[in-house]
Design a protein around this ligand. Structure first.
Ligand SMILES: [Zn+2]
Length: 1081
């Protein structure tokens, strides 16, 4: 064909439109390139016949079950539903002679997700119907059909959901009544050279559009694309080859030596639950990953990384043949298991030990099933990264970290791309945040250019990672992405790109980068701050699960050490930890999933508590089994209490019912209290040893040094409407709304409440975020609130051990709050036991405390340590932290004095100047319309202390608030009679010389029943030299990492010395160091 000169540089935008029109679906589809991409498409009988069987309810039957059912004929255009139902199709295809010698594909668009199965029950690949960019509906039946093709049969499992669940995504709750239409089921053959030209033009066209007009390459691309349009003739396919030749000539120009190198890796982010339940995730992983295996066969250069060990385990259980194929592809290096953790967990709320278990479970699975652990901590999509992660990552045998989520920050652009992330203790990990700012890239020239443009550390390193493939709901890379990647490998005008294991990228950076910058401390995520509070029951149960498993492991280790026939419940504990870790997935515990997910996690927590209770009882039976249960009333005796924290403590405890009368009559009346409310008898358990037990007798005396025991008391103040709670330490004035108007410390002679202000003020905020309902509390929400003032308060308990007030308050016309405010005789701490009946719409309830304390920094507990954050709003970085995450406490201290706000399940905190707030409840309506509606019970406390935070025992007090002394269900009278010692009367572990060291975890070693593990950490941020004595059997002690491997063969480097005679080990700690010891008996 002949043509005139183009003059295209004079009308570039018109030429760009011309090229777009040439390659896209539009009104010119009958004459443009698209018109001839398909060679032949055949539908309906006799080529394709469909039969269907619909599974009952929301069942997701196995292939074996489904294949046995009775199928009925089905037709194109039929719709199937409602949401979450499953429909199995038996598909019979007859490939006619027309296709002989050609590649033939089966295309089925169910508008939903689906999976193709062979008649033998092998999962072959996933399908994604509908019109989105994730559309992927073709299955290659043969690369070259013979003229005598036999009839073929296979199955399609249609799931009535799309990649993003059911309904309008995250702005609304899921729609339970969606029906999905089967749009097509066709046989198809492409004109492969036309398809290749189409991919050529996609690349050239995007380069013409995205490369700056200042670069000649932009014009070369536009000219090449325009020339192709001029050469191509849709009625004459012999024009395809000359058109492709123009493309080849354009692709010949390569980039220079200093070009940026992109390391591309396929992936598909599969949220382990989010807009769909766990059960659907099991199928999503199978669908997405099987599709990738198909692509690997066609594209030998293709590499794909998958994280989240839980999904691997589900696959192993439910799709064993697919799991084996993945293992095979892992051996060839194409399928890359990555990530190191059990799930891609939230990193704000899980405890330190939970994070340890995420890695322990994850790395052990990788080692067992893929032969090696992952050295990359892979977490593209989590809502903030705690400051202890670098140390934990290092201790888990990994050294690299990947994310990109901080590119979502709403106020400040994070300043680094490739950097050393330095944690709380000084450990660092080489960290990279993909500069394309996505984990679902589409393999376009524009995105590759963004990888350079947005890279903030090009002065030190000239490479970046690039994660391509559809995700969130799975899907993954598509064929066209791999085709484009092939064309862009080394192309002038673009950075170079190659597919590689992410480790290759990190190793290259490690060996070549100069002077990488460092970022110290947490990677605070400036978005999704509502996730510290939404779905509050989930957060409560997570906290309780962490503590009950801690107790079970400690007690089971003790029981095992007494008698190895006890049978340490290792498998059951592993199962329970896997469940705890599963619910810590980054859309479950943050509260950003649909209602179905929380009904599932409710059941999981129920299982955890029931099973852990049984295990705890079993361990206690083994330790105290020789003693009769505490049933009858023994005369003149006491009961036993157990302390599972590592320090000695004194607490008020409830006397077990059978002994109530004895205590009520025999005990020193100042040390016994019969509660007015429920008749429960309280007494004092004094000086109970850490990790030990003690018998509490009616004759127990409370040692207050030389001081007299002063009972706690409560009385109405002479000032009308106020009440006073008072003990030896403090005098607290509470008004009719439950507000603390004065908190006077007798010993320090100082007032804690700021003049004219108050504590425990309930503030109700408008909570209408910008976009993401369950996810976000926005900064402007703080501008609009009112303080609740409809309180009514009465005197509750009147001492001598506990004095309390009972508050009732309406929050609105539909929500109410009751609160017991109590002060014991033995502490400065004021407790708030709270019940809320909550039926609000987009409101946030906070408790606020305004103290007479001045400090630029507040201290918040994080995993195995604390983090300090500003109390001012100087810069946009400070303002962005208007709501932050903390674990068991937040503390505001100045020189000489401070106060901690403790909690038993809350995570959303803030401190602005001298006002501390704790977020109690939110009321988002999407994606779960029922989020947090109903009854809630939770506790928090105010704990004033002399000295600054570092001089206080706030860490210990916060543990005690969460881990009460346990009354043991045994009758120790025979021991008392015989003068024998109570089991654990001598603590099983004791620490001396370092009050800043906390012993957190005791467990049996993995794979080694003769050893046990003790995990400690330095909690305040200083050095320490601690002596740890064990009374369990031990002949040696070694420092191990969290995978329980020896850190070095020789521990004689001054950090650890073992005194075998006293079974004492001396451990040197650096600030915030986590130390794991392995004792072998
Ligand atoms: Zn995610």
């Amino acid at each position: 064909m002949e043509h005139h000169p183009s003059y295209l540089q004079k009308h570039a935008s018109i030429t760009r439109s011309r090229i777009n029109n040439f390659i896209n679906d539009n009104q010119w589809r009958d004459v443009n390139l698209k018109s001839v991409i398909e060679y032949l498409r055949l539908s309906g009988e006799p080529h394709v016949s469909l039969e269907v069987w619909s599974a009952p309810g929301q069942d997701r039957p196995t292939f074996e079950h489904a294949a046995k059912q009775k199928y009925r004929p089905a037709r194109i255009g039929e719709s199937f539903g409602p949401s979450w139902t499953t429909h199995w199709f038996r598909v019979t295809v007859n490939i006619p002679k027309d296709f002989a010698g050609r590649g033939v594909r089966f295309e089925m668009d169910t508008s939903s997700e689906a999976m193709i199965w062979s008649v033998d029950g092998d999962p072959i690949m996933g399908l994604t119907g509908g019109g989105g960019r994730e559309r992927h509906i073709d299955y290659l039946l043969t690369e070259k059909a013979s003229p005598h093709e036999k009839q073929r049969q296979f199955y399609v499992e249609m799931a009535c959901n799309d990649l993003f669940g059911n309904g309008d995504y995250h702005q609304h709750p899921q729609d339970r009544n969606i029906y999905y239409r089967v749009n097509s089921a066709d046989l198809l053959s492409h004109n492969e050279p036309v398809l290749a030209l189409y991919y050529d033009l996609q690349v050239i066209n995007d380069m013409a559009n995205r490369i700056s007009e200042e670069s000649p390459r932009s014009w070369q691309a536009l000219a090449a694309a325009n020339a192709i349009v001029n050469v191509f003739e849709h009625t004459d396919l012999s024009t395809v080859e000359p058109a492709r030749e123009i493309a080849r000539q354009f692709f010949k120009a390569q980039g220079g030596d200093s070009n940026h190198q992109v390391y591309a890796i396929g992936n598909c982010h599969i949220d382990t639950a989010w807009l769909w339940p766990f059960a659907e995730t099991k199928r999503k992983a199978a669908r997405s990953w099987s599709t990738q295996l198909q692509l690997m066969d066609v594209y030998p250069e293709y590499k794909f990384a998958a994280s989240q060990v839980q999904q691997f385990e589900w696959l192993r259980e439910n799709y064993p043949s697919l799991f084996t194929r993945i293992q095979d592809k892992a051996k060839t290096g194409q399928f890359i298991p990555i990530g190191a953790t059990w799930v891609e967990c939230d990193c704000n709320m899980p405890s330190g030990e939970s994070l340890v278990r995420q890695f322990l479970l994850g790395q052990r699975f990788f080692k067992e099933h893929f032969g090696e652990i992952s050295d990359v901590f892979w977490l593209p999509d989590t809502f903030g990264y705690a400051s202890q992660l670098p140390q934990i990552v290092r201790l888990a045998g990994a050294k690299y970290f990947f994310t990109q989520k901080l590119s979502w920050n709403s106020m400040n652009r994070f300043p680094n791309t490739t950097f050393r992330w330095v944690g709380l203790d000084g450990s660092h990990v080489l960290t990279h945040m993909a500069p394309a700012n996505t984990y679902a890239a589409q393999c376009t020239p524009g995105e590759l250019m963004d990888s350079v443009k947005r890279h903030k550390d090009l002065a030190y390193t000239n490479e970046s990672l690039y994660l391509f493939g559809n995700g969130d709901g799975g899907g993954g890379p598509l064929r066209d992405m791999l085709e484009r990647l092939r064309r862009m490998e080394n192309l002038d005008g673009l950075p170079k790109v190659k597919q590689a294991h992410p480790r290759e990228f990190y190793e290259h950076v490690e060996s070549t980068a100069k002077d990488l910058v460092a970022w110290k401390g947490e990677l605070y995520f400036e978005l999704h701050r509502g996730t510290y509070t939404s779905q509050s029951n989930n957060k409560l149960w997570n906290r309780q699960s962490e503590f009950i498993l801690r107790d079970v492991e400690l007690l089971s280790t003790i029981a095992h050490s007494k008698d190895t026939k006890f049978g340490y419940p290792a498998d059951e504990l592993t199962r329970l930890w896997k469940l705890v870790c599963l619910n810590q997935f980054h859309d479950v515990i943050p509260g950003s999933s649909i209602n179905m997910v929380y009904r599932d996690s409710d059941k999981i927590y129920k299982d955890i508590f029931a099973s852990a209770d049984k295990l705890r009882q079993r361990a206690l039976d083994a330790i105290y089994g020789e003693l009769p249960p505490l049933t009858a009333t023994p005369e003149g005796t006491g009961f036993a209490v157990l302390n599972t924290t590592s320090w000695m403590r004194t607490s008020i405890v409830a006397v077990p019912a059978p002994l109530s009368p004895v205590f009520a009559t025999q005990a020193d009346s100042s040390l016994v209290q019969v509660c007015k409310e429920d008749g429960v008898v309280l007494t004092v358990a004094a000086n109970v040893p850490g990790f030990g037990a003690q018998i509490v007798k009616p004759s127990t005396h409370l040692h207050n040094g030389n001081a007299q025991f002063v009972p706690a008391r409560v009385y109405a103040s002479e000032t009308s409407g106020s009440f006073v709670l008072e003990n030896r330490h403090v005098r607290v004035v509470i008004d009719n709304n439950g507000r603390i108007t004065s908190y006077y410390d007798h010993a320090e002679k100082r007032e804690l409440v700021a003049a004219g202000a108050a504590g425990n003020v309930f503030e109700l905020y408008d909570d209408v975020p910008d976009y993401w309902d369950a996810w976000d509390i926005e900064v402007y929400s703080l501008e609009k609130y009112h303080a609740l003032d409809s309180g009514d308060i009465t005197i509750g308990e009147e001492g001598p051990l506990v004095a309390s007030l009972q508050l009732r308050m309406s929050i609105s016309e539909c929500s109410t709050l009751t609160q017991k405010i109590s002060l014991s005789a033995i502490s400065t701490r004021l407790d708030f036991d709270t019940n809320v009946d909550w039926h609000e719409n987009r409101k946030c309830l906070k408790a606020a405390f305004t103290w007479d304390i001045r400090s630029d920094l507040a201290t918040y507990e994080t995993q195995f340590g604390v983090v300090q954050r500003p109390t001012h709003r100087n810069t946009s970085w400070d303002i962005a932290k208007f709501e932050v995450c903390a674990h068991k406490f937040a503390d505001l201290s100045e020189f000489g004095y401070g106060v901690a706000l403790l909690n038993d399940c809350k995570y959303g905190h803030a401190t602005l100047e001298n006002k501390m707030t704790l977020s109690l409840l939110r009321a988002p309506k999407a994606p779960d319309e029922h989020c947090d509606m109903g009854h809630h019970q939770f506790r928090y406390a105010v704990y004033p202390h002399a000295g600054s935070f570092n001089e206080s025992n706030v860490v210990q007090e916060a543990y005690q608030f969460n881990v009460p002394l346990q009354v043991l269900p045994i009758n120790p009278s025979s021991l008392l009679a015989e003068g024998r010692e109570l089991p654990l009367g001598q603590p099983c572990f004791s620490i001396s010389g370092a009050r800043n060291v906390v012993l957190d975890t005791v467990k049996l070693a993995e794979d080694d029943k003769t050893s046990y593990i003790v995990r400690m950490y330095e909690a305040y941020g200083g050095h320490a030299r601690a002596l740890l004595t064990t009374r369990l059997p031990a002949s040696s002690a070694h420092k191990v990492n969290i995978l329980e491997e020896r850190m070095c063969e020789d521990d004689s480097n001054g950090e650890l010395s073992w005194l075998s005679r006293s079974k004492t080990v001396e451990v040197v700690f650096k600030p915030f160091e986590i130390v794991t010891l392995k004792f072998t008996s």
